[in-house]
Write a protein that binds this ligand. Structure first.
Ligand code: GLU
Length: 591
């Protein structure tokens, strides 16, 4: 996890296995780096350093992305890791094509639409009741993603990345304030499981800032997979332990605090695990002001929703508009696209519908609902629509976790990769003896229908993947990379990516400014969720137009991005402040 070098040198207490070696030294953290020869941005300086080292030694963007992700599985264990899933978007400089990997978690073959309905009451489980259970765990796709990416486009074996990251797990990393915050928020859930307590609640409480966490079990797991291949996970001994944890969670006899719900077993089987495969859906594609925007298709709603909103903005009369007017249209376009997301997007959305949603024709009939001087009443109804607005019922959403990384190499290949366990800390269970946390991704399904008389596209189903909002995005200009960006943050991922692209392309911001700018998310809810700085800066001008602000969020999304500048230059950007700040680096600094 991110931390100051000075404090790392004075690490006082050691958690996990005590060894004389000190924690992995933490490289300097800078949010912006400009240069050439390869660039990387992640939320964590140790992961950025791991990826940078691979780039320096001649590895390509895919090698560096996998190295950084394997390191994040150690140092940012609550947001990602081999117990989770994600979406990988890759621009291949040789073929000029954009490819994707759908490494989303998958539900059990026996899953039905009432999976999250309590049979005893007929009511859906409370969110935390579903989350902290074996039921929420989907078959993880992260390891299969790393393997597929390395095999197809990499030059280095997955084993190399895992062995390097295992060293970080052995040497340990230093707890910073953000890490401690994530444990503190999860202390009650973590405290229900001895394996999780032992690693992250030393002495029954969140680890103090400055202490070192080592994870020798994870180091062993990584090395075992490096030696035996991913079969050890999907069909072998690690998988066996994973299934045992899912199917009969080892609940502590002495939890650190009470838990409000029974902790239910899951139903994943060895066959579910063995059958897991990544997919390679065609990327979503939208033309926006002469640029081509590539994103992630279903089961993520990210690419389609970002594309639709950009198309709506392009169809809107914004020439010469003021910042307030542009933000008004940004919020409206986002709400309209979210209405369509709720109605139409899920793992099984037909291709024809996906094409329709990102077409200019669709955008036109949505854009014509927007009035220049009056905000639509939210929630707006999904399309197809005439130009007269109509209102529907709201679909709630939650979540702020996940992690994202952006990498480019000297040859011009680009990776945009978002990965997650769903909530920070996933389902709160460490697989005993294996050192990694399990996801709770299946809670991304809607527990009951949200679309009234219409079918809900995101209800659980046999072997189905839950809808995601992850939006790894690569923008091309004249067929060459111009910008790559992605973010964490539940369904605010979509608004964060949209706002950064819009900020860079339409609001006159540089890329570092576009990432740092205060954010607001209008996800077709009555109130906008905004960061306080957005609310205070733009609220006074937006409120008279009819925009309503709900409760502020302290921060929305810790994004990373790279812009490709003239003469092969690369500008890598991470957050200056959010989530404690991220780390950007380039192989050869300079302009
Ligand atoms: N599970 C969420 C998704 O796939 C991401 C979790 C989060 O960022 O809170 O969209």
């Amino acid at each position: 996890m991110r931390f100051l070098t000075a404090l790392a040198a004075f690490s006082l207490t050691t958690v996990g296995l005590a060894t004389p070696a000190s924690a992995t030294p933490v490289p300097t953290k800078t949010p912006t780096a400009q240069g050439y020869g390869g660039a990387i941005a992640t939320v964590d300086p140790t992961a950025t350093a791991a990826g940078l080292e691979v780039l320096r030694r001649g590895g390509n963007a895919v090698d560096a992305a996998v190295a950084a992700a394997a390191t994040l599985g150690v140092t940012e264990p609550f947001a990602s890791g081999i117990g989770g899933g994600g979406f990988f978007v890759y621009y291949d400089a040789r073929t000029h094509r954009v490819h994707t990997i759908d490494g989303r978690e998958t539900g059990p073959a026996t899953m039905t639409s009432t999976y999250f309905v309590n049979p005893a009451t007929g009511q859906p489980y409370a969110f935390d009741e579903a989350r902290v259970s074996g039921l929420s765990v989907g078959v993880p796709g992260t390891l299969a993603t790393w393997e597929a990416a390395s095999r197809q486009w990499g030059t280095r074996s997955l084993g190399n990345a895992l062995n390097d990251a295992a060293k970080v797990a052995d040497r340990g990393y230093t707890v910073d304030a953000e890490f401690r915050r994530q444990v503190t928020e999860n202390a009650a859930a973590f405290g229900q499981f001895d394996a999780t307590k032992a690693l992250y609640l030393p002495g029954g409480a969140p680890p103090a800032v400055g202490t070192t966490i080592r994870n020798p079990d994870l180091a062993k797991t990584y090395r075992l997979i490096a030696r035996k291949g991913t079969g050890a996970f999907y069909r072998g001994e690690i998988g066996k332990d994973l299934l045992a944890t899912v199917r009969s969670p080892e609940i502590s006899d002495s939890p650190t605090s009470p838990w409000a719900y029974p902790i239910r077993p899951g139903v994943l089987t060895a066959s579910d695990l063995a059958k897991y495969q990544v997919r390679h859906p065609a990327p979503t594609k939208a033309d926006y002001k002469g640029l081509t925007v590539y994103g992630m298709s279903t089961p993520s709603s990210g690419g389609t929703t970002v594309s639709e909103a950009l198309n709506i903005l392009e169809a809107s009369p914004l020439d010469g508009a003021s910042t307030t007017e542009k933000l008004h249209y940004y919020l409206e376009a986002s709400a309209l696209a979210f209405a369509d997301r709720g109605r139409y997007l899920g793992a099984g959305t037909p291709q024809a519908r996906l094409r329709e949603l990102v077409s200019d024709r669709w955008a036109k009939q949505r854009a014509c609902q927007i009035s220049p001087d009056r905000a639509l009443v939210k929630p707006v109804a999904p399309g197809p629509s005439g130009c007269t607005p109509s209102v529907t019922a709201a679909t709630p959403d939650k979540g702020m976790s996940t992690t994202n990384l952006t990498v480019a190499d000297r040859w011009g290949n680009v990776v945009e990769y978002t990965l997650t366990l769903e909530q920070f800390g996933g389902n709160a269970m460490i697989v005993p003896g294996r050192g990694f946390m399990l996801n709770n991704e299946l809670t991304d399904f809607n527990f009951t229908g949200t679309q009234g008389a219409f079918d809900d596209p995101n209800l659980p189903g046999p072997g189905k993947r839950p809808r995601s909002s992850m939006s790894p995005t690569i923008v091309l200009k004249d067929g060459k990379p111009f910008l790559a960006v992605g973010a964490p943050g539940g369904s605010t991922i979509i608004t964060t990516v949209l706002q950064i692209v819009y900020g860079r392309l339409d609001l006159g911001l540089t890329l570092p400014q576009a990432l740092a700018a205060p954010r607001a998310a209008q996800r077709n809810t009555p109130g906008i969720q905004a960061e306080p700085a957005f609310h205070t800066t733009y609220g006074p001008a937006l409120t008279p137009l009819g925009h309503v602000f709900g409760a502020d969020a302290p921060e929305i999304g810790a994004a990373t991005a790279i812009e490709f500048t003239a003469h092969g230059g690369q500008l890598a950007v991470a957050e200056p402040v959010r989530r404690g700040g991220g780390a950007a680096a380039v192989v050869h600094p300079g302009r």
